[in-house]
Each structure stands twice: as structure tokens, then as C-alpha cells.
Design a protein around this ligand. Structure first.
Ligand code: LLP
Length: 386
């Protein structure tokens, strides 16, 4: 257990709001992932770039040996620039544009995770135009629910993602008849911020069934990709700065029946970067309402949209006060009623100019910031550069 050491004096010299990333937490997390994954033969971990694409964070993750999971041409470029070798890049996404597919083909990425028949046809055509063969995996919608927020569950039949199990045999046969694609595996992803291992067990069971069916047809696949989804402890970031990767990997190792020579791929985003990051904001005003007090910050939903979009909780600390604890509604300056970070949040007494840290914001924080209200995008600083 380790409280992040916030360099408050340095913070005072920076323009708020900004993201602050603690390198020690990130490095310890990466070490843990490396060590735990290495206990299982044939486990390969990719980092889901969508969680945070700060160039230095990408570079540190790349140096630790992870591959990159990208969902756009922009992410492929960012990953290549950060040093990820093309052969460690996978490219997913339900709507890949032609230029994005061409970029992946030119770079020679490891695999396209294909989500529909028309997409497969386009990849085959674009690869033919370039005289190349694209490695493809099919993203199968396993119709497995996940105990998480409805906006971040993806593996149900009603979701837009993937190819239905019913069509699996058909698309595999189709791909095997195409000259410019090479079918190498199956891809799955059931959702995000999942803390119940039973959900990953349900996915493993479904994959076992599908593999049995394929085997009965004499079809062998080299790669299984189970996506990401491992959740973090938003309630107690100080007590649990590093997610339980050991249990996560062990769950798959003991439930998913890998066939000889098969590789199991993961695409972890949130669990890699969430706990190392905090959004640092300044208190502009403390306003007394009818029966509550508002702490009005210079950061808003444009800087961290998770509370407004998913009713997400981010632990909030006043890092410049040791005053008596009181309750505040912590809100931003944006002209939207949903621009609220939290209600009745206990904080050491707040006054104008105090700095608050919104914790566990390293994933889907800075990367989802917007310029709504003509606001500037927040900057991100790593602890070793302050
Ligand atoms: N693989 C695929 C195919 C995905 O769609 C995602 C996340 C991941 C991997 C990484 O999942 P993770 O390990 O981070 O759970 N903006 C939302 C989360 C959206 C996740 C989208 N897909 C949030 O702030 O909670």
C-alpha cells in the first residue's frame, strides 16, 4: 500500500487542470504483468492504446515488452511512433476505413481483428491491390454478459460488435477461399471494468465449445485473443494500486483449454494505466448552496468525462489541506448539469486555490478529453519530468 506522493509545490507552478502519472506505479504494474504472464507458456499481452496514448506512457509500455492493440489508424501511428514493432500490433474495430486498413497492410501489422463479412472482403481486396496477404482473426460475439456498466459491455448478441457465433463457420470457410487473407485466429472481448472472474470463466467455456466444434471440422487455429476487461479498484486506489493480474491469468489458464501450440492473447487497457494517473484540478470557488456546499473546480467533464458518461466514481482527495473533513458536491465549470464529479464527497476543508486529485484517472481520462466550450485540452506530465 502506497499513497502517491504528489509534488504539490511543483504542481503549483503548472497550469491546471492537468493529468499526473506516477512512474513508479506504472512500472510496478508493468513488472507485475510481465512476471505473472510469464508463468504461463504462450500468453501474450498487448496494451489497448485506447486507454491512454500519451507518447511517453506508450513508450514505457513498449519497453516493457507488451504488444499494442489499436482501434484506428491514428492509434497504429501512435504505437509505431512509440516504438512498438509492427509485428506486435493488432488492429480491431467495427468500422475500419480503407486508409486505416492500407496503413496496417503497409506497416505489416500482426493481425486484423475482423468484425464483418464486408470488412473481410475489403481487406482481401486492398491486400490484393498491394500484393500482400493480411493475417486475420475473426471477432466472434460470444453472447456472454459481463457484470459491468451497460455502456461498456460488448459481448452480448444485441451489441454491435463482432460476428455472430452462427456465422463463424461460414466466415472461416470464406476466408480460407480468399487469396489475400490468412485466417489465424479468433478474437473476443466481453466488456470492461470486470471484477467477477466468473465472467471470464463464462467466456472461456464458450471458447471451449467453439473450439470443439472447429476441431470436429478439422479446423485448427493458432491464436485465441480474449480481449481486455480486467477491472480496477476505483474505491480504494491507495490500498490496491495494482490489479490482481495473477488471479486474472490463472482464471484463463485453468478454464480455457488451449490446444497444443496455441497462443493466448490479451488486450489490457484500464488495468495497465488507470491507477498511475490522477487529474489535478484547482478549486475556483466554494459556494454555499441551499443545503449543500459546492467545490467548483477548473476541471470539468471535458477533462474527465467518465463520471458524466458512466456515473463513474473517482476517489477525490484535497492534496493541499489537512482541515476538518466536510462534504462537498464536486463540480466543474461546464454549462451542463451532468458536469458533476461527485456528490457529498468527504474532503479536508476546501478553500479557493486548493488542489484536488481525482484518482484512478490514468485510463480513459486524458484520451477522452474534448474541447467543448472551446476549452484547452489538459496536458499530461509524468512524475519523472517534474
Ligand atoms: N479490446 C477491445 C476489443 C476493446 O474494445 C477494449 C475496450 C479493450 C480491449 C480494453 O479493455 P480494458 O482492458 O481497458 O477493459 N471508456 C470506457 C471504457 C471503454 C472500453 C472500450 N473497449 C470507460 O471509461 O470506462
Amino acid at each position: 500500500m502506497r499513497d502517491p506522493i504528489f509534488p504539490v509545490e511543483k504542481f503549483r507552478t503548472l497550469r491546471t487542470p492537468f493529468y499526473y502519472y506516477d512512474c513508479q506505479t506504472l512500472n510496478e504494474t508493468l513488472t507485475c504483468i510481465r512476471q505473472e504472464a510469464a508463468k504461463h507458456a504462450n500468453f501474450v499481452v498487448h496494451y489497448a492504446v485506447k486507454a491512454n496514448a500519451h507518447p511517453r506512457i506508450l513508450n514505457l509500455i513498449c519497453q516493457s515488452g507488451l504488444g499494442a492493440d489499436c482501434v484506428s489508424g491514428g492509434e497504429i501511428r501512435a504505437a509505431l511512433q512509440a516504438g512498438f514493432p509492427a509485428e506486435k500490433i493488432v488492429f480491431a474495430g467495427v468500422g475500419k476505413a480503407d486508409w486505416e486498413i492500407e496503413l496496417g497492410l503497409e506497416a505489416g501489422i500482426f493481425c486484423f481483428n475482423v468484425e464483418s463479412v464486408p470488412e473481410l472482403e475489403v481487406i482481401n481486396q486492398l491486400a490484393a491491390d498491394k500484393g500482400k496477404v493480411a493475417r486475420v482473426a475473426f471477432r466472434i460475439n460470444p453472447d456472454v454478459g459481463a457484470h459491468t456498466h451497460a455502456h461498456i459491455t460488448t459481448g452480448l448478441a444485441e451489441n454491435k460488435f463482432g460476428i455472430s457465433m452462427r456465422d463463424m463457420d461460414y466466415v472461416i470457410d470464406l476466408a480460407q477461399g480468399m487469396e489475400h487473407v490468412q485466417f489465424i485466429g479468433l478474437h473476443f472481448h466481453i466488456g470492461s471494468q470486470i471484477l467477477e472472474m466468473d465472467d471470464f470463466i463464462a467466456l472461456s467455456n464458450r471458447i471451449n465449445e467453439l473450439q470443439d466444434k472447429l476441431e470436429a471440422r478439422g479446423i485448427q487455429i493458432d491464436h485465441i485473443n480474449v480481449g481486455g476487461g480486467l477491472g480496477i479498484d476505483y474505491q480504494k486506489p491507495t490500498e490496491h494500486p495494482i490489479p490482481d493480474f495473477a488471479t486474472f491469468f490463472n482464471t484463463y489458464a485453468s478454464h480455457l483449454q488451449l490446444r497444443a501450440g496455441q497462443t493466448l492473447h490479451f488486450e489490457l487497457g484500464r488495468s495497465v494505466v488507470a491507477q498511475c494517473g490522477s487529474l489535478i484540478a484547482k478549486v475556483l470557488y466554494v459556494k454555499q448552496g441551499t443545503d449543500k456546499q459546492f467545490a467548483i473546480l477548473d476541471a470539468g467533464m471535458t477533462d474527465l468525462i467518465r463520471p458524466a458518461l458512466y456515473q463513474a466514481y473517482h476517489q477525490t482527495d484535497n492534496i493541499t489541506s489537512e482541515g476538518e473533513v466536510r462534504k462537498y458536491d464536486v463540480v466543474g465549470p461546464i454549462c451542463e448539469s451532468s458536469d458533476v464529479f461527485g456528490k457529498d464527497i468527504p474532503l479536508n476543508e476546501v478553500k479557493r486555490g486548493d488542489l484536488l486529485a481525482l484518482r484512478s484517472a490514468g485510463a480513459y481520462g486524458e484520451i477522452m478529453a474534448s474541447g467543448y466550450n472551446c476549452r484547452e485540452l489538459p496536458k499530461g506530465y509524468l512524475s519523472d519530468e517534474l
